[in-house]
Design a protein around this ligand. Structure first.
Ligand SMILES: Nc1nc2c(ncn2[C@@H]2O[C@H](COP(=O)(O)OP(=O)(O)O[C@H]3O[C@H](CO)[C@@H](O)[C@H](O)[C@@H]3O)[C@@H](O)[C@H]2O)c(=O)[nH]1
Length: 425
């Protein structure tokens, strides 16, 4: 029996995802028509040996989270539970804090995922690799190649090519270490939890030896999976690298959500072709490339949609509308002949007739092998907004016949005139 753990973080994470994360916990943001975390859950459901999925994070139990958990419990076979940290315990602290729940039933091993990664999750293969490589005390870490420059934004691994052992690990190094990067997907054997106990005890002694009177216990409960576990495990003969050449990306910024939307839509060809829209008759809109249209959305037959578009539930799209490389969130209305390119249109927002909402797409560099999408900051060195996708927050209205270009619009704004490269507060 195996278990899966998804690290969903908490409200102080996902700052690069604003204003979208103001409205919904980031792990529930819909990508390719499903909450981000549901892609991980669906991948786990393909492995019958996974009997329980634990979401670990420090989000308060909001209505959105409760509704999602209630839905997931009914919709999926493995048991699904949310374990809430009392504060941010870091990427490893939650695993240690909830160690009894994780070990209950004595799983042979447990998978751990970062929620903000997008991948085809070849879990059967990864678990098979883990069983073949490690005894009952090892770690498997999924890794992929990145460019030299980009690798430094991730955990970097050095591998012994003969044995597959990870001989060295550095989290986000300042100078180049290796182009092999940590994908944020792991398999841990049970004994790793015992190792965490040593880390925990060391942190406790450091705190008291340092003269601390013990006021902030959360500080010492905090464990970094990367620095406190992966780093010392590298070179011990117990950590192995599962390399993937498949699609993989991080979802840090709104622009990277558009890219993940594209990756997941392309994966539906294999995993779930029924989710991809098909056009081709007079009653349906023209569909170009990969598109997801929710069954409760209304899209006029003269609209042209795609490629890489998600139209969510209760969206209404009028005649002559053009949408490409975008996510249109529940309840949004795109009025006649409006045009939406490289953008995210927020919940219940309205784009007026003949208006144009357009952003600048972020893509991995197509001319560089192993390039990944870079989720940089919002501003460049001169303090100006970097051209990126346009994001309309919840309940924004864009008046007819205007252009909104490379802008971020906060919730509940009424946009009456054209704007370019602006954050509209
Ligand atoms: N439960 C819980 N989860 C957390 C916490 N802090 C972060 N997380 C979750 O842990 C994951 C990693 O988040 P970050 O700490 O923001 O790290 P990162 O910059 O994304 O880098 C990590 O992922 C890269 C791959 O995407 C790796 O390359 C890198 O080594 C590292 O593991 C995310 O899913 C996030 O939600 C916490 O206190 N508690």
């Amino acid at each position: 029996m195996w278990k899966a753990i998804i690290l969903i973080g908490g409200p102080d994470k996902g700052t690069r995802f604003r204003p979208l994360s103001l409205d919904i916990p980031k792990p529930l943001f819909p990508v390719a028509g499903l909450p981000m975390v549901q892609h991980h859950i669906e991948a786990c459901c393909q492995v019958p040996e996974i009997k329980e999925i634990l979401l670990i994070g420090f989000f308060p139990l909001s209505d959105e989270l409760k509704n999602f958990l209630a839905y997931a419990k009914k919709a999926f076979t493995p048991s699904i539970r949310y374990l809430q940290e009392y504060t941010s315990l870091g990427t490893g602290g939650g695993l240690y804090h909830f160690r009894d729940q994780i070990s209950a039933g004595s799983p042979s091993a447990f998978l751990v995922f970062n929620v903000d990664v997008c991948c085809n999750f070849p879990l059967q293969d990864i678990l098979h690799f883990h069983s073949s490589k490690t005894a009952d005390d090892g770690i498997t870490i999924v890794a992929t190649e990145a460019t030299h420059q980009e690798s430094m934004s991730y955990g970097c691994l050095v591998e012994d090519k003969k044995t597959g052992e990870a001989t060295h690990y550095v989290e986000k190094p300042e100078t180049f270490v290796s182009s092999l990067i940590n994908c944020g997907v792991y398999v841990f054997s049970q004994k790793v939890l015992q190792y965490m106990e040593n880390v925990f005890k060391e942190h406790q002694s450091e705190r008291f030896d340092g003269g601390d009177n013990g006021s902030d216990s959360s500080f010492t409960e905090r464990i970094s999976l990367e620095k406190d576990i992966l780093y010392p495990y590298a070179g011990s003969g117990k950590m192995f690298v599962y390399k993937t050449k498949e699609v993989w990306g991080q979802i840090k910024s709104a622009a990277s959500a558009i890219h993940a939307n594209k990756l997941y839509l392309s994966l539906y060809h294999k995993t779930n072709p029924g989710r991809l829209a098909v056009g081709g008759d007079k009653q349906t809109p023209t569909i170009i490339g990969d598109v997801f249209i929710h069954k409760n959305a209304e899209v006029h037959s003269t609209a042209v949609i795609g490629p890489n578009v998600t139209i969510d539930e209760r969206v209404v799209i009028g005649p002559g509308v053009r949408v490409s490389n975008s996510i249109v969130l529940p309840g949004a209305v795109l009025k006649d002949h409006s045009c939406v390119l490289n953008s995210i249109i927020g919940w219940e927002s309205t784009v007026g007739q003949w208006s144009r909402v357009e952003g600048t797409a972020h893509q991995p560099d197509p001319n560089t092998q192993f390039s990944k999408i870079v989720s940089g900051g919002l501003f460049n060195e001169d303090g100006r907004l970097c051209p990126s996708i346009t994001v309309l927050g919840r309940q924004v209205t864009v008046a007819p016949e205007i252009v909104v270009l490379n802008s971020i619009v906060l919730p509940n704004k009424a946009i009456q005139s054209s704007s370019k490269n602006l954050i509209i507060l």
